[in-house]
Design a protein around this ligand. Structure first.
Ligand SMILES: Cc1cc2nc3c(=O)[nH]c(=O)nc-3n(C[C@H](O)[C@H](O)[C@H](O)COP(=O)(O)O)c2cc1C
Ligand SMILES: Nc1ncnc2c1ncn2[C@@H]1O[C@H](COP(=O)(O)OP(=O)(O)OP(=O)(O)O)[C@@H](O)[C@H]1O
Length: 279
């Protein structure tokens, strides 16, 4: 994981910034970052609703330092006050980069024209960026993830969608009746819908081919679980934080009449994932 530079870099050195929510750090966001100069920085206005790259998870996807500002603390500001704040924070600021729909200040009443009027330096406004006629926005990516269209979400993200979770104790059934799995609890990240996914599981910087089940274990105890099986690995006692990168959805969650049928299906899921990884 890339280190956070924001605490190491003196804000006085920053000469350009890109401003926005930047949840997901998707391919349109990356186009904005390309317009930063080498002393650029990313100013994240954190609304509290980010769930693709929640909290401080954005730094991993850029080499520019990321600075976070809580929306609730600044949304009352008039336009002039917002610009004053930016100039206080970044005294050598010369260039601001925003997208076509950027709004700021009290009641979101200032737009890109207002920004150009109020800021004395250069303002670059990027036109709406699309992918095959589909505008790229965090809200659309969330929708694709919600319905399990991981491939499309990944295309717009420009990378595999990833969640981070904490290992937890399972029912103790997997290893005995099905396959061994690592059970996870995940907070703050948007979860793909119920079903079985081809995934990569990252443990202590090592990436493993895996299949991941998310959903109510309707065949066993009925409770909601996030479980990942590392294909061809026999790793025991994994504890702590792990990451799951989603690649594609294999199938929906299903209720089986007996454990044997579920085991057969899980073996098929693993074979399907192997076909993908062997490609
Ligand atoms: C690849 C895979 C697919 C699964 N598919 C289903 C399913 O379709 N329906 C279901 O009820 N449980 C499914 N499960 C969850 C199993 O029921 C679960 O692994 C089992 O209950 C063991 O749980 P434990 O790890 O908490 O012991 C799946 C698990 C894996 C690893
Ligand atoms: N498709 C796009 N084309 C050009 N600029 C964009 C695009 N998406 C976002 N931006 C710009 O990137 C910055 C961050 O925007 P924001 O966080 O609102 O992203 P978003 O993907 O539009 O999110 P949401 O869907 O939640 O509105 C803003 O300056 C915004 O105008």
């Amino acid at each position: 994981m890339k280190k956070s530079y924001s605490t190491l870099i003196n804000k006085k050195n920053i000469t350009s910034i890109a401003i926005g929510g930047f949840d997901g750090m998707h391919i349109a966001h990356q186009q904005l970052f390309k317009k930063l100069d080498q002393n650029g920085a990313i100013v994240v206005i954190e609304s509290g609703h980010s769930n693709l790259t929640p909290k401080s998870n954005r730094q991993e996807y850029t080499h520019f330092p990321v600075y976070y500002y809580v929306l609730d603390n600044i949304k009352h500001l008039e336009g002039e006050e917002f610009i004053k704040l930016l100039k206080e924070e970044f005294p050598n600021l010369k260039k601001i980069i925003v997208g076509f729909d950027f709004c700021f200040g009290k009641n979101r009443k200032y737009n890109t024209l207002g920004l150009k009027k109020l800021f004395e330096g250069e303002v670059i406004v990027v036109d709406e960026i699309c992918d095959n006629n589909l505008a790229i926005h965090s809200r659309y990516i969330r929708e694709f993830i919600r319905v399990g269209n991981i491939k499309k979400a990944n295309e717009l993200l420009g990378k595999n969608y990833k969640i981070i979770g904490q290992t937890t104790k399972g029912q103790g059934l997997g290893k005995k009746s099905f396959v061994p799995t690592i059970n996870l609890t995940v907070e703050n990240f948007l979860l793909p819908n119920e079903g079985v996914y081809i995934t990569k599981t990252i443990i202590k910087d090592k990436s493993y081919n895996s299949v991941t089940f998310l959903g109510h274990r309707v065949t066993t105890d009925g409770s909601y679980a996030i479980e990942t099986h590392l294909i061809g690995e026999d790793i025991i006692n994994i504890m702590g934080k792990i990451q799951i990168e989603f690649i594609d959805k294999i199938r929906e969650n299903q209720k089986f009449d007996n454990f044997e049928d579920l085991k057969k299906q899980i073996d098929k899921d693993i074979n399907n994932a192997l076909k993908y990884f062997d490609k």
